[in-house]
Structure formats: structure tokens, C-alpha cells
Design a protein around this ligand. Structure first.
Ligand code: IMP
Length: 428
């Protein structure tokens, strides 16, 4: 395989950062193709912790890194992240990082609109990260986004911003937020143009060349399949397509050839923000999973909701993304549970489902069918050999494989890079 597409198979926070870092060793290039700084990918390398939101994880290993057109970019967040990561000794220059000239920008009015809508008293709350992601994608589809290539010509930029504000100012007025003048935004962008210019390129041509040269490209997904704007638990989703087919759209490679889709899967389940969560354990089990798994959002610090692994959702993700193999993470969080449960089907209004009905709301009660597996009561943390796992842990892994019909490519047993059991290298 020349290309690996890494996606989250759940609601994000599956531990993609570590796996992408692990895989980036074999990659010639790493590409972000959707989302923005709502993502939080944590890498631990020689005990040094790197928290990345916008930068592709390849930067830490000095691999060519690309931010594709499918991302929404907050220049100020990027500048801050580059500063923080550079302070850890990683040199981020234009030889390492390239950003697509057609990437839409997140501007101050997107952030303000996101927050204002989440704080309104009526209507549905999504529990967004408040980063302006949704409003920026709305502008892209509404054909009024300011793209990276627009900011270098002040005269045309002003017209484009006026066009965007023609839409935004009446909404701001309605929400009781002060209207904005185009000059403000022009000045804000002008102040960032010198910093960003060296990174701005046509990246689709470069990536297609890399593909033709049979280089290994790693596509780094953010969030998870169940947060996909089309295929997730709508409306409690993010505003981008998070599934594997977005890798091509969000980078400009029409057809990704020879690719392996790796679904990162946590051994239990979490979600942050609002929305349905059939196997949620709003009880001492959920508390224990959250404490042992340190389930707090990397970006917002919010406490994540926790529950048992849901095979129905996992199979749904696997089908929608064409997952070839799974990377199973955080198995060690289950080490001290007497009994471990896995959901295998739902019943809703008397009918059995092998997928999540799209009309489900957080208030709907689904009848869940679980299977129960004995725990192993032994530490698996740091284990690097499948044979060394306790027999019930092996049984758990094998049951997941059987129930989903998908191979397990990797098993991660701690945040440390080398604490990984390899069954199949996705690049080979
Ligand atoms: P937004 O992406 O900020 O618009 O948030 C929409 C929904 O996606 C909220 O429920 C967020 O908590 C969730 N979300 C966004 N990014 C992530 C992520 O990286 N991990 C987990 N959940 C996320």
C-alpha cells in the first residue's frame, strides 16, 4: 500500500494522534483533509507531550506535512500552535509545512457566531468546541468564504469581506452582537499575511506528483465517523465530512490509489458534547472509565461521556468508511473491570436494528442487547506482545474481530509510541 487513510471510527478522541505518529515513520507525507482546530491529537515521544490541533502529526517527525483545502483554518490558532511546538525544538518552516491556497479561513465573526448560537436560550444546542468551525463551513458552502489565496490582495479582499458581512451583519444584529466593519477584518488579515505567505501553495499538484512517484502518503482524519455531517448522529455532528472518502476531496487527489483505511477504535466508547449515545453509562461504570481513561477533551477540557463499546455503530462506521483494519486503543483502561460489556444490537419501537436509526434523539430509549465478557484483572499497560496479554484480554480482542469481521492491525497499550502490538502494518 502506498497510502493510508486514518479515520476515527467512533465520536472522535479514539487516540488517533499516537497511531498517526507511529505510522508517520513509514510515510513520506502527512495530510490533514478536514476539520480545524476543533481536533486535538496528542503525541508522546520520549516522554515529551505534543498537543496538535491544526498541524499534521507528521511535523513532529520532520515529515512533509500538508493542510488541505478541506480544512478550515484559523490563522491565529495556527500561529500559536507553531510557536508552542517550535518551543519544543521542532523547526516548522515552508519546507516542512504546506497549506492549500484554497483553504477557507475561520475569522473572528465565525468564532463569535458559534459561541452566540451555543449560548442562546432556545433551540438545539450541539455542544460545539466554540472554535467557529460550523460557521466557517457554512460560509464555504454559501460561497462567501475568505480563502487563504484571497488575503494577499487588499483591494479584492475588502470586496470579498464586504460580501461576507452583507450576510453576517444582519445575523449579528439579530443576535444582539455589534456589527463589524470590513476594514477591521482586512487589518486583522493583513497583519497575518507575512507570517502565512511562505506556507501557502498549490498542494493538490504536489500530492498527485507524490502519488505518481508511489510515495507513502498518510491521510490524518480528525473527529470520527459518527460526527460526520452526512453520516453521523445529525444534528449533533461537526460540520465537515469526517469519513475516509473526504481524504481525496479535502486534499485534491481525485482518486487515492492503493489505499488502506485504518479505523482507530477505542476499546470502550466516549463522546463529548450533546447527542445520542446508546451505550452511555451515566453511572459508576462511566465514571470509572472516564477516570482511568483520563477522558477530558484535549481542546476544551470538557469531561467526556463514557460507555461500553458499541459494535452496531462500529460496523456502521466500517461500512461507511470501507475500513480495512482497526487500530484498537486504550485496552488497558478496561484492566480492572470484573465484567466488560459490548452492545451487539438495538431494538427501537419493537423493531430490531443493526444500525443507528437516523431519527434517534438523545431522549429516545433504545433497547440494547449486550454480550458480557469476563475481565482480566491484570495490567496490560505497555504490553508489546499479543501472547503476553492475559487470556481474557486476548479473548476480548478476538471477539471484537469476530463480531465486526474486520482485522485488527494494531493494538495500542499506552500513549507511548513503542507500546504497540503490530499485527499488520497498513503501509505494507
Ligand atoms: P464543532 O466541530 O466545534 O462544531 O463541534 C460539533 C460537535 O463535534 C461537538 O459535539 C464537539 O464536541 C464534537 N467535536 C468536534 N471536534 C471533536 C474532536 O476532535 N473530538 C471529539 N469531538 C469533537
Amino acid at each position: 500500500m502506498s497510502n493510508v487513510i486514518v479515520i476515527g471510527s467512533q465520536w472522535g478522541d479514539e487516540g488517533k494522534g499516537k497511531i498517526v505518529d507511529w505510522l508517520s515513520n513509514k510515510a513520506d507525507a502527512v495530510v490533514r483533509f478536514q476539520g480545524g482546530h476543533n481536533a486535538g491529537h496528542t503525541l508522546v515521544v520520549n516522554e515529551e507531550v505534543y498537543k496538535l490541533s491544526l498541524l499534521p502529526s507528521g511535523v513532529v517527525r520532520g515529515k512533509k506535512s500538508y493542510i488541505g483545502n478541506g480544512v478550515v483554518l484559523d490563522l491565529w490558532a495556527l500561529a500559536e500552535e507553531i510557536k508552542t511546538i517550535s518551543a519544543k525544538g521542532v523547526n516548522i518552516d515552508q519546507n516542512l509545512l504546506s497549506i492549500s491556497e484554497t483553504t477557507p479561513l475561520i475569522l473572528s465573526y465565525h468564532r463569535e457566531l458559534d459561541t452566540a448560537r451555543e449560548h442562546k436560550l432556545q433551540g438545539i444546542k450541539i455542544g460545539t468546541t466554540g472554535r467557529g468551525i460550523g460557521p466557517a463551513y457554512e460560509d464555504k458552502v454559501g460561497r462567501r468564504a475568505i480563502r487563504l489565496c484571497d488575503i494577499f490582495d487588499i483591494k479584492t479582499l475588502k470586496n470579498k469581506i464586504e460580501n461576507a458581512l452583507f450576510h453576517h451583519n444582519p445575523i449579528r444584529k439579530g443576535l444582539g452582537i455589534e456589527e463589524i466593519q470590513s476594514d477591521n477584518i482586512v487589518n486583522q488579515l493583513h497583519s497575518m499575511s507575512g507570517f502565512i505567505k511562505p506556507f501557502v501553495k498549490n498542494i493538490w499538484k504536489e500530492l498527485i506528483d507524490l502519488q505518481n512517484e508511489k510515495k507513502n502518503i498518510l491521510f490524518e482524519g480528525a473527529q470520527g465517523t459518527m460526527l460526520d455531517i452526512d453520516h453521523g448522529t445529525y444534528p449533533f455532528v461537526t460540520s465537515s465530512n469526517t469519513i475516509s472518502s473526504q481524504a481525496g476531496i479535502g486534499s485534491g487527489i481525485g482518486m487515492i490509489q492503493n489505499s488502506y483505511t485504518l479505523g482507530i477504535t477505542k476499546a470502550y466508547l466516549t463522546r463529548v458534547g450533546e447527542g445520542p449515545f446508546p451505550t452511555e453509562q451515566d453511572n459508576s461504570i462511566g465514571e470509572k472509565l472516564g477516570t482511568l481513561g483520563n477522558e477530558f477533551g484535549t481542546v476544551t477540557g470538557r469531561k467526556r461521556r463514557c460507555g461500553w463499546l458499541d459494535i452496531v455503530l462500529l460496523k456502521q462506521s466500517a461500512d461507511i468508511c470501507g475500513i480495512h483494519g482497526m487500530a484498537l486503543t486504550k485496552l488497558d483502561v478496561l484492566d480492572s473491570f470484573e465484567k466488560i460489556r459490548v452492545c451487539i444490537s438495538y431494538k427501537y419501537n419493537g423493531k430490531k436494528y443493526d444500525y443507528l436509526p437516523p431519527t434517534i434523539t438523545p431522549a429516545d430509549e433504545l433497547e440494547k442487547e449486550y454480550i458480557e465478557i469476563d475481565g482480566w484483572n491484570t495490567s496490560t499497560k505497555g504490553c508489546r506482545n499479543f501472547e503476553d496479554l492475559p487470556s481474557n484480554a486476548k479473548k476480548y480482542v478476538n471477539i471484537l474481530k469476530e463480531l465486526t469481521g474486520i482485522e485488527i492491525s494494531l493494538l495500542s497499550t499506552s500513549p507511548e509510541r513503542e507500546d504497540t502490538i503490530l499485527f499488520k502494518n497498513p503501509f505494507s
